[in-house]
Design a protein around this ligand. Structure first.
Ligand SMILES: [Fe+2]
Ligand SMILES: [Fe+2]
Length: 255
């Protein structure tokens, strides 16, 4: 049984709160009975895209399993690439494909520099099509921004657009077990182009549906977010038949 950990939206900002919440999640992963196949982090690792935020992310994300990352709208491509990937700094999209024991994990850059909404650049979609074509077997495709609305107005307004182009690529490749996203700050599941979409909760905070208490809070009162609940993550089980079952785990936390 292959298990992949999936966390998102650490928003490391140099403060103790975000740091402690991310550390609690990594502690949880470090205490599992067996290491996971890989740890996937779907964006917003830093809050301001500052080099020192990535240096701290690199320390926190030291783990025996491969740690695979993609940027979110709070990240900055050049320091992300230089500090987390060990590559020369550059502003082109950060797209990374890794074969993890026969499973292709393709992490795509859905960010638009300087904006909060998402879009997969043409070169990213061409790259994704190529790596999926070259791989035989199951795959996981990850990016920060969900390509569909999820019922939370705050993030639906800044979701990924241009998604019909992504749908064309997705429907060409039958081995995609799921699309893995962040950005929403709540654990959620939906579908896109006939494929499951699994959204990891935000390590730093939760977001609220309009039916939940506090969803109408203004930003001067903390916004429509849950800042109190403990951090959580997803553990994805990839079955031999290609299905993905996703389990959400709340992490012990006293902060
Ligand atoms: Fe975020
Ligand atoms: Fe985001």
């Amino acid at each position: 049984m292959r298990v992949f950990a999936h966390l998102s939206d650490l928003h490391l900002d140099g403060g103790e709160r975000a740091d402690a919440r991310a550390a609690a999640v990594l502690d949880y992963l470090g205490n599992l009975a067996r290491p996971v196949e890989a740890v996937l982090v779907t964006g917003d690792l830093a809050d301001h895209g500052a080099p020192e935020e990535y240096r701290r992310a690199a320390e926190l994300l030291e783990h025996p399993s491969p740690v695979l990352v993609c940027p979110g709208n709070h990240d900055a491509r050049a320091p992300f690439r230089e500090i987390l990937l060990g590559q020369p700094p550059g502003d082109e999209p950060v797209n990374v494909a890794t074969d993890v024991g026969g499973v292709l994990v393709a992490l795509c850059d859905s960010t638009i520099p300087g904006r909060d909404a998402g879009y997969l650049a043409d070169e990213t979609l061409v790259w994704l099509d190529e790596v999926l074509t070259a791989h035989e077997g199951p795959s996981l495709v990850a990016f920060h921004h969900p390509p569909v609305a999820v019922g939370i107005p705050l993030v639906d307004a800044i979701r990924q657009t241009g998604q019909d182009r992504l749908a064309e690529v997705v429907t060409r490749h039958l081995g995609i077990a799921a699309l893995l996203c962040g950005h929403v700050h709540t654990g959620a599941g939906t579908t896109f182009a006939g494929v499951p979409v699994r959204i990891a909760p935000g390590v730093v905070s939760g977001s609220l549906l309009p039916v939940e208490p506090g969803a109408d809070r203004g930003w001067d009162e903390g916004g429509p977010l849950d800042h109190e609940g403990p951090p959580s993550l997803l553990l994805h089980v990839l079955h031999d038949d290609g299905r993905l079952t996703s389990h959400q785990r709340v992490v012990p936390f006293s902060g």
